[in-house]
Design a protein around this ligand. Structure first.
Ligand code: SF4
Length: 138
């Protein structure tokens, strides 16, 4: 058993932590005491240390079997989604100057970057031409 990789604990106040598991898309509130237990305890020991916490974490996939590779599974589903022609997704990245600081960030941030007027016009042109519409099934 191991702790999930894509877990984000956020301290909401002195007594409460919000845990988000980006792999399973599950949120969980933990008391500061349970947070400390989770942080300090090996995944295999959690069942013995706090059985209730262990099952709660297991249910939200905050604990996983050792042979589960979350990254590979996520990549697999991302590729399945990419190949899915039933929907056409357009993502407009308005800036490369993200103001978050995720520990796993893979982006090259460009401070102060914004869309230029020229780029906005090109985006509008693409959307107005409806090129994307021909890719969608009705
Ligand atoms: S660009 Fe990086 S820091 Fe910003 S949300 Fe994405 S992963 Fe997080």
């Amino acid at each position: 058993m191991k702790k999930a990789y894509y877990i984000h604990p956020i301290q909401l106040n002195e007594d409460t932590f919000l845990y988000y598991n980006a792999y399973s898309n599950v949120y969980l509130f933990l008391s500061a005491e349970k947070h400390n237990i989770f942080q300090a305890t090996d995944a295999n020991q959690l069942k013995l240390t706090d059985n209730e916490l262990y099952h709660k974490l297991l249910e939200g996939e905050f604990l996983l079997e050792d042979d589960i590779d979350e990254t590979k599974i996520t990549e697999f589903f991302r590729n399945v989604k990419k190949m899915d022609t039933s929907q056409y997704h357009i993502v407009i990245n308005t800036t490369l100057d993200c103001n978050l600081n995720c520990w796993y960030c893979y982006e090259s941030k460009v401070e102060g970057s914004i869309l230029t007027e020229k780029t906005i016009e090109l985006i509008k042109k693409i959307l107005n031409k409806g090129i994307w519409k021909s890719h969608t099934k009705s």
